[in-house]
Design a protein around this ligand. Structure first.
Ligand code: NCD
Ligand code: ZN
Length: 335
């Protein structure tokens, strides 16, 4: 049994830089036609020069003319209209991080005060630049996303022309917002469709499943599954594949991030097949994103097959999700 996907897109991806970029970028480029690349390098991507230089390093690392990196700028509230007009030629979205909320986000936004953000949000609305948001407060870890809901609501109602993507949503409250505001969209990761906090910390601690936002409750997972498996038109696949070297994961003070790039499509095929909705996978991994971002991807056909894929223990010094386990679907061919 096979299933073909056309131009799969990963709308939230961390590619890092230097040696790590060389390890991970080809793995995504192999099976995806495009990916929205996150800007949380050290230092973060805040200038056009840094963005273009990073894009060429990505293209150099992927060496694949059927893969397009879609670039993001690290959101700052002091960007000028003139700067954003120039940047908009090269940029797909701006990524807003509350300061210090996750890996390399120290330079993020300190206050979610709408009046502070207004000038940039207005220019973004005029230019059609998408706002991607890491929506967590600095409250209790299980409540951070839920507490951010009122901030999403304030953004969405004050800036109705701004397309806002709630990144890597993990709660039923975020899912509910999708149908409340026309201009709110969401990415959903593979791991948040499969795990809850129990899988991370319910038994022996699993550092390779530790990420931000932390996986939540069964009822949250069910809500995410409901909209993903039914290919709700406002949700897109965004892996949030976030590689860290083993030394930063298997240590005291584990970095947040799950590395899923090489297993994403086989694992999604397995999940959608298990629920008898393989036909909806195309919308979840590509068509919805094309419409939301008004984007026509490069052509790529990924032929998946119901044939076991034994996931490697590691790729260089990064451990993927499902390391050493067997998935029921694999990639047969890419055209
Ligand atoms: C991401 C990373 O490592 O860059 N980590 C994570 O746990 N998801 C940052 C992020 O998206 O929060
Ligand atoms: Zn991320």
């Amino acid at each position: 049994m096979t299933h073909t996907l056309f131009s799969p897109l990963d709308m939230h991806l961390h590619l890092r830089d230097e040696k790590m970029l060389e390890t991970v970028a080809p793995l995504t480029a192999f099976s995806f036609a495009g990916a929205l690349v996150m800007p949380n390098l050290v230092p973060p991507i805040t200038t056009i020069e840094a963005l273009l230089a990073y894009k060429s390093r990505i293209l150099e690392a992927t060496k694949d003319d059927t893969f397009e990196p879609l670039m993001t700028l690290f959101f700052r509230s002091d960007y000028t209209r003139e700067f954003l007009e120039k940047a908009s030629l090269h940029v797909t979205a701006l990524k807003l991080y509350p300061s210090g909320i996750t890996t390399n986000s120290e330079g993020g936004v300190a206050s979610m005060d709408i009046e502070v953000l207004r000038p940039v949000f207005e220019v973004m609305s005029d230019l059609g630049l998408v706002l991607c948001v890491h929506g967590e407060t600095n409250g209790f870890v299980m409540d951070r996303e839920k507490e951010f809901a009122s901030i999403y609501e304030s953004f969405a109602s004050a800036f109705p022309r701004l397309k806002i993507v709630m990144e890597h949503i993990t709660t039923k409250e975020s899912v509910a917002l999708l149908d409340k505001y026309d201009n709110l969209y969401a990415t959903i990761t593979l791991h948040h469709l499969l795990i809850t906090l129990d899988d991370v910390a319910g038994g022996m601690l699993k550092p390779h499943l530790f990420c931000k936002p932390i996986a939540k409750r069964e009822e949250d997972k069910e809500a995410l599954l409901h909209v993903s498996l039914n290919a709700h038109p406002k949700v897109m696949f965004g892996s949030d594949s976030a590689p860290h070297p083993i030394s930063k994961k298997e240590c005291c003070g584990c970095a947040a991030g799950v590395f899923t790039a090489p297993v994403a499509l086989p694992a999604l095929a397995q999940l959608f097949d298990k629920h008898h909705v393989l036909a909806n996978l195309q919308a979840f991994v590509s068509d919805n994103a094309q419409k939301i971002y008004n984007y026509a991807p490069l052509k790529k056909e990924v032929i998946l097959e119901k044939n076991p894929f034994l996931v490697p223990q590691s790729y260089s010094d990064v451990v993927p999700m499902f390391a050493g386990e067997s998935l029921t679907w694999s990639i047969k061919d890419v055209l």
